[in-house]
Write a protein that binds this ligand. Structure first.
Ligand SMILES: *[C@@H]1O[C@H](CO)[C@@H](O)[C@H](O)[C@H]1NC(C)=O
Ligand SMILES: *[C@@H]1O[C@H](CO)[C@@H](O)[C@H](O)[C@H]1NC(C)=O
Ligand SMILES: *[C@@H]1O[C@H](CO)[C@@H](O)[C@H](O)[C@H]1NC(C)=O
Ligand SMILES: *[C@@H]1O[C@H](CO)[C@@H](O)[C@H](O)[C@H]1NC(C)=O
Ligand SMILES: *[C@@H]1O[C@H](CO)[C@@H](O)[C@H](O)[C@H]1NC(C)=O
Ligand SMILES: *[C@@H]1O[C@H](CO)[C@@H](O)[C@H](O)[C@H]1NC(C)=O
Ligand SMILES: *[C@@H]1O[C@H](CO)[C@@H](O)[C@H](O)[C@H]1NC(C)=O
Ligand SMILES: *[C@@H]1O[C@H](CO)[C@@H](O)[C@H](O)[C@H]1NC(C)=O
Length: 293
């Protein structure tokens, strides 16, 4: 009894192992970029020469299940194709016999995200699942643009998928989520995301805004060094604008009122009174007015 049990146990594990090895090679994940074609690869060329007889059917179908594509009795058949996949699928009929059961989906739509396609081969009413391909849909975020006004900085990026958080870094510190106000909108047409994030900044701060795409493992970022605030620039202008004419004005006043400004200083330095230059000036004026005298 004991020997028999052990045998069964081994057989069970042997079967399980074979199945799991085969299925893991059949499973694949691909990345599809929105608006571009994606190949759902299914390479069964390692199988015994698949010399398909006439009674061969191949189905590409998702898990709902909806039919993406059908190859039946030597021809492609569109009668059962789901409308969602209409005009978007291509197979290489010449390569089916050599085991290339790949399907091209073009263009990728945001709603294809996480589409899992099974490739089922039916020969003489015996069916086998050949491949299972899952599509992860993605789109690159654009390099963020930074708009600085009134000590707030707005970082904007658009056209990305899937949705992800914007991260801010300044002087080697990552800002906490509550320090930013983020707004995300999904484009109803393409399904891509526009993200804008706003933070308060300080003068001279070197601040970087980044957006990461987890599917593409891609980071887009941009940075800015915050200039001096507007109020202070204005204040400086005001001071300069007011100060320059004041200096000129005071100089003029002083010149007019004290034509001999050095006189009091002389008085202070030398204790003895000096001849009055004002009188001399007046006399000279009179002399000029009356040249005959
Ligand atoms: C598929 O393409 C044909 C011809 O270009 C067009 O008439 C039809 O509306 C398209 N169908 C879909 C579902 O896009
Ligand atoms: C299989 O066919 C697709 C087109 O449907 C092609 O792009 C791909 O390179 C082929 N793969 C191989 C291994 O030949
Ligand atoms: C920057 O933001 C200001 C105020 O929100 C806006 O008026 C301006 O058009 C924006 N500039 C750009 C280039 O987006
Ligand atoms: C930035 O932080 C890293 C560790 O988080 C540290 O090793 C590095 O010295 C810091 N650089 C500056 C310029 O502070
Ligand atoms: C930025 O500053 C304003 C005014 O001081 C404040 O109301 C706002 O909450 C701040 N924003 C953030 C994200 O901290
Ligand atoms: C996203 O941004 C693009 C480019 O700025 C713009 O054309 C589009 O209208 C925006 N979509 C939404 C839903 O805000
Ligand atoms: C600001 O930070 C960015 C990113 O860390 C760096 O590349 C850039 O040289 C810095 N600029 C200045 C002026 O410090
Ligand atoms: C993501 O990209 C970085 C460099 O750009 C690389 O070091 C890292 O290994 C990548 N991660 C994955 C999971 O591919």
């Amino acid at each position: 009894v004991n020997v028999e049990l052990r045998f069964n146990y081994c057989l069970f594990f042997y079967v399980l192992k074979v199945i799991s090895v085969v299925s893991s090679t059949k499973e694949q994940t691909v990345v599809g970029i929105i608006g571009q074609p994606v190949l759902l690869p299914c390479d069964r060329s390692t199988l015994a020469t698949p010399n398909y007889p006439t009674r061969t059917r191949i189905y590409w179908q998702d898990l709902i299940p909806r039919v993406l594509h059908v190859f039946k009795d030597g021809n492609e058949e569109y009668e059962h194709q789901n409308l969602w996949y209409k005009n978007r699928t291509t197979i290489n009929t010449d390569q089916l016999a050599s085991g290339n059961l790949s399907l091209l989906l073009n263009p990728v739509n945001v709603r294809d995200n996480l589409l899992t396609c099974d490739v089922i081969l039916i020969i003489n009413d015996v069916n086998s699942q050949e491949c299972q391909i899952t599509v992860n849909v993605a789109a690159s975020y654009q390099k963020p643009t930074l708009n600085f006004t009134d000590m707030t900085l707005v970082c904007t990026t658009h056209g990305g998928f899937p949705e992800h958080q914007v991260t801010w870094r300044t002087h080697n510190r990552t800002l906490e989520r509550h320090e930013a106000v983020t707004k995300t909108t999904q484009d109803p047409g393409t399904g891509t995301y526009n993200i804008s994030s706003r933070v308060n900044v300080t003068e001279g701060q070197n601040i970087t805004c980044s957006i990461y795409n987890p599917i593409l493992n891609e980071t887009q970022s941009n940075f800015i060094v915050i200039p001096a605030s507007k109020e202070e620039t204005h204040l400086l202008k005001w001071i300069l604008a007011a100060f320059c004419p004041l200096v000129v004005f005071l100089t003029v006043i002083l010149c007019l009122k004290y034509p001999n400004l050095r006189k009091p200083w002389r008085k202070m330095i030398h204790c003895c009174p000096e001849p009055e230059p004002e009188n001399t000036a007046q006399e000279a004026e009179i002399a000029e007015l009356n040249p005959q005298q």
